[in-house]
Design a protein. Structure first.
Length: 138
């Protein structure tokens, strides 16, 4: 069997981003700054992300104040944070699709619809987790 060489696997270093060469603390610092820039961009440019942040601002303190077991509290908070993660990924998908082309295309629509479905599933997960934890604590 023929072994694939790095260039055949898309691993050609000359084709990588020049930012990929950073290592150690410099890489961690750069990654942190890119992450903060991404959070700012999502908050400023994405209405859905902004709404979900405000939902998290309400729900996370509520989870901390409710008389539920610590494991349930952790699951409640994690489910809310999951919505933010999924919305960030959905927004990234939408940005890339729009960058490639603004014209209507069935594959672009499919990508955006699937991303939106992922957000819906994450929101339904919040409802399910919170209902289970609160019903168990009642």
């Amino acid at each position: 069997m023929h072994e694939a060489k790095p260039p055949e696997l898309g691993l050609d270093p000359s084709q990588e981003s020049p930012f990929k060469g950073k290592t150690g603390l410099r890489r961690v610092w750069n990654a942190f700054n890119y992450s903060i820039a991404g959070l700012k961009a999502a908050y400023l440019c994405e209405d859905a992300f902004r709404q979900e942040v405000w939902l998290a601002v309400l729900l996370i303190p509520a989870a901390l104040l409710l008389p539920v077991p610590w494991l349930g509290r952790g699951l409640m908070i994690a489910s809310v944070l999951l919505v933010l993660v999924v919305e960030l990924l959905n927004s990234a998908i939408e940005a890339v699709v729009d960058r490639v082309s603004l014209e209507n295309h069935r594959l672009a629509k499919r990508a955006k619809d699937i991303g939106s479905a992922a957000v819906l599933v994450s929101l339904l997960t919040v409802l399910a987790v919170w209902a289970c934890v609160l019903l168990e604590a009642a």
